[in-house]
Design a protein around this ligand. Structure first.
Ligand code: ZN
Length: 701
């Protein structure tokens, strides 16, 4: 009886295994993709396919990694580093499909699966990055680096792999490893607490208005939103909060100065009230733990640690960059400030201009100077015309052609799939375009891919790129008409798209947009520049009803409005970058008060009188809760790069094919295969300078 039971249970296990196998063999995510260009079989994939596919693919990837560890041959670049880069192909494909859908076409099922899958993936990731045997092999290869005769991309792959381990503590002794893990755990708790405090402080404030006179100056949309907020809390009248959609319009338009001051004081003291949500002590802990972690890993400071994997490379370089730009922006910022003061006085303002007056008078001045209505511009940007303009630009510059192919499966009826061909007819990429908002799509715009680019056994595996936006949907009577911002957004994402589509690299992890963080916005922002060029707009921007060209004076206004208060805006961005560096480039533990650090760091860029109790740091989530520590400078850095790169086009003509070819071969095709500064110099002949940005934004004397 007992034996029979055992036989039976063995049979049962076998049966379950066979059923799983049989089911998995029917799972479209686990079968070879047989559609054209091996595109994802969206027409067959159902939500229930994901979890078993993830399970099987993780198991497969684990076995591939184990085979590398178990290899009895001595570690070599090929059998260890390249072999690692080729593991988990199926997992990567499933992962991309799943998470792209979770952003662009999600539902409750997918969200639930995401919750289940996240810990599985992080456990798998940890098993690899914390595996001492695997690290020992990578390290052995890394130590022979100079005798291996590697090409630049292979060297990059080896460095990425080795540093990936080392920077997560793989080289530490056991005691230090334990401390490292403690610090990382502690830091993630503290940054969570930091943002919870900011959120609590944001939600704790509301301004209840019952007298309609206090709403003077506000546009209808702001009043309606405030009335709805009041209603939703069972109150009469209007309710304003510190959430941006409520706060910003109030500061821009409300005539009542006292109420603006009240709002400003509430917003600017978040996390600095000495109450249970105070962030001062948390900042001390975060900053000092980051320093300890950096020292443990052998770096002088957290900034040194972070910048090792950035184009900017060192804190000194970032500091010099910020102070050079500050010097150039300062006179213009002072002029912008004086202009607003003068304008405010002409409107009857008396006394000293305070921070709560700035948006209000700036907005009025902007309107007086460049007032044009967004609605006037939209009829010239019918979506189909803009697509034509962007494709035509790609053809003119890079010789590439995009053709819609309806046989490529898509994940929603609104999505269009294109094949991208090079000038010689060679297939380059698949491009999905997904323009309109719907339930299940997150807001904003982004570029992503369903497959990267790499080479395998002499074969060039071409990428599947996707651009997702939330542009206005057409109606029965009106086509989709874009705002000017949406046109630049399209160019921006298309620029990222080109980085992916034109990639010519060996390994997936060094190809396409897999580049240093302060380099990734170069192709995207550079392509935005064409939106301000009459020569390009004239090619496609015609009124959708009359066929009339976008009037030149409207283009001039758009360009002028772009540069409005560029000196002031520049100083503001720089001040945040300087504050970030002040906290993160320290080489010994922080003992000063947060307020002291802030006052000192921001003094050079200050334009306003100080406001008692107001503080930027205690609500600066970007650097204390987000990923921007020692990285805030990168906003400005990317602007410098894109302006300097576009200046090369301006010098030779914005459609110059020679310049475009240099940009394509040195930047767009190279992904992250080499040091970005070297790539840039090959394109431009020299390092980028701030001149072009100053010129473009009207800051140059
Ligand atoms: Zn971008």
């Amino acid at each position: 009886m007992k034996n029979n039971y055992r036989v039976l249970s063995t049979l049962l296990v076998l049966l379950i295994m066979m059923t799983t196998q049989a089911e998995n063999s029917k799972n479209p995510l686990l079968k070879p993709f047989t559609n054209i260009h091996q595109t994802a079989p969206f027409d067959e994939i159902k939500s229930e396919h994901f979890l078993p596919a993830f399970e099987a693919a993780i198991e497969e990837a684990r076995a591939e990694v184990q085979a590398i560890i178990d290899n009895s041959e001595a570690p070599s670049f090929e059998n260890t580093v390249v072999a690692m880069s080729k593991t988990g192909d199926r997992l990567s494909a499933i992962r991309k499909i799943f998470f792209n859908l979770n952003s662009a076409e999600t539902n409750e099922d997918i969200q639930k699966i995401a919750q289940e899958v996240a810990p599985m993936l992080s456990e798998f990731g940890n098993d690899i990055s914390l595996n001492p045997d695997l690290f020992a092999r990578v390290k052995a290869v890394y130590e022979q680096k100079s005798s291996l005769n590697l090409n630049p991309e292979q060297t990059t792959l080896l460095e990425n792999s080795y540093l990936g381990f080392v920077r997560s503590g793989a080289n530490l002794n056991d005691a230090d490893k334990a401390r490292y893990r403690e610090i990382t755990g502690e830091l993630s708790k503290l940054s969570l607490k930091f943002s919870e405090n900011v959120l609590a402080e944001t939600n704790a404030f509301e301004m209840h208005i019952t007298n309609e006179d206090d709403l003077a100056g506000l546009p209808d949309f702001a009043k309606e939103a405030a009335a709805l907020t009041a209603q939703s809390k069972g109150k009469e009248g209007w309710l304003f909060t510190l959430q941006y959609p409520s706060y910003i319009p109030f500061m821009k338009y409300a005539d009542n100065r006292e109420l603006r001051e009240k709002m400003y004081r509430a917003a600017s003291t978040k996390g600095n009230k000495g109450n249970e949500y105070d962030n001062n002590e948390i900042i001390h802990q975060i900053v000092n733990l980051k320093l300890e972690k950096a020292k443990l890993l052998g770096y002088e400071s957290h900034a040194d640690y972070t910048l090792q994997r950035r184009m900017a490379e060192t804190p000194e370089r970032v500091e010099e960059f910020l102070s050079d730009l500050h010097e150039a922006s300062r006179p213009a910022a002072e002029k912008d400030f004086a202009e607003v003061v003068e304008f405010a006085q002409s409107e009857g303002f008396e006394g000293e201009l305070q921070r709560w007056d700035w948006s209000y008078y700036s907005e009025k001045l902007k309107k007086a100077r460049y007032g044009f209505n967004e609605e006037e511009v939209k009829p010239f940007f019918k979506l189909e015309n803009v697509i034509g303009g962007v494709f035509d630009l790609a053809k003119t510059l890079y010789g590439i052609e995009l053709k819609e192919n309806k046989s490529i499966p898509v994940y929603h009826a609104d999505v269009k799939a294109y094949e991208v061909f090079d000038a010689d007819g060679k297939f380059l990429s698949v491009l999905y375009l997904d323009f309109f908002p719907r339930d299940g799509k997150r807001s904003g715009a982004w570029m992503t891919d369903f497959r990267g680019q790499w080479q395998e056994a002499g074969k060039d595996i071409r990428p599947h790129v996707s651009i997702v936006t939330n542009f206005t949907k057409p109606t029965d009577t009106k086509p989709s008409l874009l705002t000017f911002d949406e046109v630049t957004t399209f160019l921006h994402e298309f620029g990222h798209g080109l980085h992916g589509m034109l990639s010519q690299c060996q390994y997936e992890s060094t190809s396409g947009t897999n580049v240093f963080w302060d380099f990734v916005e170069l192709p995207s922002q550079m392509h935005e520049n064409w939106a301000y060029e009459k020569e390009w707009l004239d090619r496609f921007a015609v009124h959708y009803e009359t066929g009339e060209k976008l009037p030149a004076e409207l283009i001039e206004k758009i360009v002028a409005a772009k540069n409005f208060q560029s000196g002031y805006m520049s100083e503001r961005q720089l001040s945040f970058g300087m504050l970030d560096m002040a906290f993160h480039s320290i080489a010994s533990p922080l003992t000063e008060d947060v307020a002291q650090v802030e006052t000192k760091a921001m003094a050079p860029t200050e334009l306003f009188p100080a406001v008692e109790g107001s503080m930027m740091s205690t609500a600066f989530s970007h650097i204390f809760a987000g990923g921007y520590s020692s990285g805030y400078y990168s906003y400005k850095w990317a602007e410098v790069l894109d302006a300097d790169a576009f200046a090369a086009f301006k010098e030779h003509g914005i459609f110059d094919q020679k310049t475009a070819k240099a940009f394509r071969t040195n930047i767009l095709e190279k992904g992250g295969s080499e040091n970005p500064m070297e790539l840039y110099i090959r394109f431009r002949g020299q390092e980028p300078t701030v001149d072009a940005l100053l010129e473009r934004s009207g800051l140059k004397k």
